[in-house]
Structures are given as C-alpha cells and as structure tokens.
Design a protein around this ligand. Structure first.
Ligand code: 13P
Length: 394
C-alpha cells in the first residue's frame, strides 16, 4: 500500500520505532526489500538515490517501484534520495515518488536553507513531503568511506530549529557521526546531540550512512530520536557477497545461477535492520494510521468549434501535451478521440496529477494559464471538466 510518508514517520515517532529507507539499484533489490518487509510485517521506504542514476534507467525502474509499493501488504512510501536540483525533484514526482529529498548540505547555511525552501515549496504544491539535510555526512553509498575522506560536519541543534522553521521541511537529515558507505570500525555517535536536535527541530529526524554501526548503536539512535534510517551499502555488500560465493564455488556458473542467491541475501539484511529499528510487526498499526496515497485524474471531454481545421487541432493538442506534461505534479498527459462517431464529446484530455494538491497549483501555473487561455479555451467552449480522486477498492 502506497501511503503518505509524513503519516508513516509520525506513527513511528509516536510509537518508538524507526522506518528503514532502503536504496534500490535494480529489480533484485526492489523484490528483496518488499519480500522482507512483508515477511517482517514492517513498513518501509523504497528509496532511489540520484547518485545511483548511472546504474539504472530511472524512468524505466520507477513504474515497477510504484507498482511494488501499491501491491505490497505493508505500508510503503516511494522516496527520491539525495535529490540535487528542483529539476530532479520535479522528474521524480512525475515518475511517482510521493516523497523527496533535496540535499544542499554541502553549501553554507543560508544557501542550503534557500534552495531547500524553494524545493519544499515546489514539492508541497504537489502534495509531496520533503526531507532536507543540515550538517554534512561525507562518503558515497556503496563504496569504502576511506576513499571519500570528507570531514563530518555535525548538525548544531539551534541551527536545526531555525532550518526546519525557515524551510518548511517535513523531516530532517542530520549529522551526528555517521558516514555513507563502508567503514572500518564502528563510528563515534553523538546521541546526546541527536536528542537535543530532536527537541529543537520539531520534525522527524533522518540518519544517513546507516551501514556499519553496532547493533546497540541502532537501538540507541531510535531511543534518541531517529525516525528514519537510510541503509544501502550493507545491502549491496550482501548481494555482492552472494555472487562472489557462487562464482568461487562454480567458476563456470551462468548469469542466472550467479544471481540466484542475491534476493535472499538482500532480504536477510533488510530483515535484520527492520528488527533493530523496531519496525517489524508494526505494519498493521501503521497502515491504519496512514492515509493511502491518492492520485487525481483531471478529465476534460470537449469539442473543437467548427472553425479549426484538422492540422490546427493536431498541432494545438501536441503543443498542449508538451507544455502541460512539464508542469510540476503532472504525472501524465494523454489526449484521445471518441471511438463512436456520435459521441457527445469528440475529444478527451486525460491528465494525471500526483495528488489532490496539484488541482490548485496546476490551475495557477503560468504554462497552464497560457495554454488554456490563449490556445485551448478559445477553440473549445463546448467542454465538460472534472477532477476525480482515484479510489482504491481492495
Ligand atoms: P549507507 O550506504 O552507509 O548505508 O548509507 C545509505 C544512505 O545514507 C543513503 O542515503
């Protein structure tokens, strides 16, 4: 079931557990994470990190991720991890992410706050909650932390309060000693700082760089106020370990034989983390507490007036598809023609919005206003237009 991330995080916060944000780099990861979470009855977040886009076709993978979240028996959100720009955030929402992160944490406070505020406004206009990051968590997911030796910049509690208030973020990633990627030894974590940030920020807190901590550190992070943990490198290492073991045992193994243990290896690691975060067994309660995510169809049945010829109509519709598709929160634009000659309306716009919030922001968007007022409405006075929320019947 695809649900609102803010409801999921509120439920976790109120009930003393954290939700795993698991990065996906292919179908094996997606299937393994969902299987593990269903087995554990654990809510979870399916994450796609912009830093991993070179490893897969984002446009092609996203429909599978959204479908997996929808049909899962446990509540899930689909999240853009480490989005770098407003363009990526808009693209991610178009493809079905119902939560996004904007990461400008490498910049000074004022620039980070400005960029995060702008992206948060854009995402909120689409009904989509936003994660920002304050403080700096160095390293790269899936690689040795030593290869990317940036300095950890710890989050200051007072700044966290200001950042949350100025930007309007719905959750905040903070730095208290973790690094992205594979580490040597367990890092020193400042739990007391995390608790002070929790009290100052007033929004759920996210820890990045989840791989490589001691079991008791995960539990202590939850106790000190972490509500979401991002976790990837350990999943990738479990997958790679399975492939290496099979290749060593059978050097002539074929492709499917090499991959045969990958899903079970990833699922095992996801289950271990769901247990440590206290997320296992929470799905039914979380599901009852979370609003299901609902998309909207903006439907317009219409006739062109008699003065527009076929070429003009074709050109006007093509321009509409191109222009309206680019508006933030629009997931798809289709235009169709009646199957029956005698239909009351000859043409039909089928425009899919990410959420009910888009009804308002789309109506006011300059690209929509321009197209509707200058091209479409003067040529199609005879029309019927309504917004429908898509219901779930399961
Ligand atoms: P690890 O790769 O260290 O688990 O971190 C994952 C992460 O923070 C993704 O945003």
């Amino acid at each position: 079931m695809l649900v609102h991330l803010d409801d999921l995080l509120k439920h976790a916060q109120a009930n003393g557990y954290a939700v795993g944000g698991y990065d996906i780099v292919g179908l094996e990861f997606l299937e393994a994470i969902v299987v593990a979470c269903e087995r554990d009855a654990a809510p979870a977040i399916l994450s796609l990190a912009e830093s991993h886009f070179a490893h897969y076709d984002f446009d092609l993978l996203m429909p599978a991720v959204v479908e997996a979240a929808r049909r899962a028996s446990v509540p899930m959100a689909v999240h853009l991890d480490h989005g770098a720009t407003a363009e990526t955030v808009t693209r991610a929402i178009r493809l079905g992410c119902n939560a996004v992160m904007v990461d400008a944490s490498h910049l000074p406070f004022a620039d980070n706050a400005r960029i995060t505020r702008e992206v948060a406004q854009l995402a909120h206009d689409c009904g989509v909650p936003v994660e920002g990051e304050l403080g700096y968590v160095p390293g790269v997911e899936g690689e040795d932390a030593e290869l990317h030796p940036g300095e950890v910049r710890m989050t200051e509690p007072e700044e966290a309060g200001r950042f949350a208030a100025e930007t309007g973020v719905d959750c905040l990633a903070v730095s208290i000693g973790t690094v992205h990627g594979r580490m040597r030894g367990a890092p020193q974590l400042d739990f007391e700082r995390l608790a002070r940030i929790r009290d100052a920020a007033g929004v759920p807190l996210v820890i990045h760089g989840g791989t490589g901590l001691a079991d008791e550190q995960y539990r202590a992070l939850v106790a000190a106020g972490m509500t979401k943990l991002n976790y990837y490198t350990a999943l990738a290492d479990a997958a790679a370990g399975s492939i290496h073991a099979r290749a060593a045992a059978r050097p002539d193994a074929g492709y499917t034989a090499l991959l045969a243990g990958v899903r079970a290896a990833i699922a095992g690691e996801v289950s271990r983390m769901n247990g440590l975060l206290g997320a296992s067994g929470r799905a039914a309660d979380a599901r009852a507490a979370c609003r299901p995510w609902r998309e909207v169809v903006h439907a317009i049945a219409f006739n062109f007036d008699g003065t527009r010829d076929q070429d003009w109509q074709r050109d006007a519709l093509a321009r509409g598809v191109a222009s309206l598709s680019a508006i933030p929160g629009v997931r798809a634009v289709e235009v169709g023609t009646a199957v029956w000659e005698g239909a009351r309306y000859r043409h039909f716009w089928n425009i899919r919005f990410a959420s009910p919030a888009v009804v308002k922001s789309y109506a006011a968007h300059p690209q929509h206003v321009d197209y509707a007022d200058r091209v479409f409405r003067p040529a199609a006075a005879d029309r019927l237009s309504t917004d429908y929320r898509i219901d779930q019947h399961d």
